[in-house]
Write a protein that binds this ligand. Sequence first.
Ligand code: SF4
Length: 194
Amino acid sequence: MGGIFINVSDVIEYLFCPRFIYFIYCLCIPQHEEKRYKVLKGRELHEIKKKINKNYLRKKLNCVKKEDSIYLSSEKYHIKGEVDQVLFLEDGTAAPFDYKFAEFKKTTYRTHKFQSILYGLMIKEVYNTEVNRGFVCYIRSNNQVKEVKFRDYDFEKAIRMINEILTIIQKGFYPKKTSYNMRCVDCCYRRICV
Ligand code: SF4
């Protein structure tokens, strides 16, 4: 498989529709759309991080140490990405902590959940430590922090998705459509997607 690495953001695209990967990587047609998710940058994120202060992390999440803006990569799983924070918890495990410019609506979004799982997968490997949960901070819901539990099958599913993405890119495999037809309505690839 060589030294190919996909980004965590590729998995988010794949979750939206597997064909995005084909059009972007195999046909080299970039998206003509704003990203569907907002990425927080620089100062904005810094200000919010200050609000979610050390006391909160220590008291509510039993965090004993944290590292900011960590670039992670895994040769084993062929994935890379930058996580907002890695928390080291009192029970000896580590956990990704991710900020989202979004509201929390009843459950954690599937994309946010899998993003957290992918960071968890890489943290396990890079820090050689157990990772069984992650945290997502919803900025537009008054910085609510939600815990995402990671089960073995979550990691297995994430690895399967990575492998499916690699197959599309490396073998030019044309994947199935998204099962949510509504997503096709304003998709930038709808004219070429058959
Ligand atoms: S038109 Fe629909 S199936 Fe095709 S790429 Fe867009 S979302 Fe996916």
